[in-house]
Design a binder for this molecule. Structure first.
Ligand SMILES: [Zn+2]
Length: 196
């Protein structure tokens, strides 16, 4: 490829490298994804990328993948606090309590800059982010999913997570309007799914 051809290629807005048009979506997903001011979602490799963490100003990391441990020793002059949830990427996993705890933690961590990650940033960490978007922005699940997938096309919570996110949606809606019956119905829905 000549220098002129290389110049004609788009440059990644995040890291500045030139990328082929065909590679652009995949390349974009190699970076952590901006969700809201001071909130990112990403994969294991983003949580271990010191350069990217510093570039985005991340100072808090929530790892929601059960099988991932905190392995990176950060440089002495950077202070990143890490939090851990133990979610398993299975359709049979009861995740609703941890999704709610994660929403509460994200609320507590303001105004820090937070990366929520799992292994690939497709199912588990986006689920926590979707719950937080519904809570903090009073969005319905379908709107939150559409907005997040527009920013990170690989987002695809597994069917069990989606069912529980629907329950979270109804739960938050119930809390918002004081209809406790809706919240109870949501919990019953989950119980029926998991234990019948
Ligand atoms: Zn890039």
């Amino acid at each position: 490829m000549t220098e002129t051809e290389t110049d004609a290629l788009p440059r990644c807005a995040d890291c500045g490298v030139t990328i082929d048009w065909l590679e652009e979506p995949r390349h974009a997903e190699s970076h952590m994804t901006f969700v809201l001011p001071r909130l990112y979602v990403g994969a294991e490799w983003n949580a271990n990328n010191q350069y990217e963490l510093q570039r985005c100003g991340v100072d808090r990391i929530i790892n929601v993948a059960r099988e991932l441990n905190h392995v990176v020793e950060h440089k002495k002059n950077t202070v990143i606090t890490r939090y851990k949830f133990r979610l398993h990427d299975s359709v049979y996993e009861m995740v609703l309590p941890d999704l709610l705890r994660c929403v509460a933690l994200l609320q507590q961590l303001q105004p820090h800059c937070v990366l929520v990650h799992c292994v690939q940033g497709r199912s588990r960490s986006p689920s926590a982010i979707l719950a937080y978007m519904m809570w903090s922005q009073s969005k319905r699940l379908s709107a939150a999913v559409a907005e997040l997938q527009a920013k990170r096309p690989c987002v695809s919570p597994n069917a069990g997570y989606m069912l529980q996110l629907h329950a979270v949606d109804v739960l938050f809606l119930g809390l918002k309007y004081g209809h406790t019956a809706s919240a109870c119905n949501a919990l019953t829905l989950i119980a029926d799914y998991l234990f019948c």
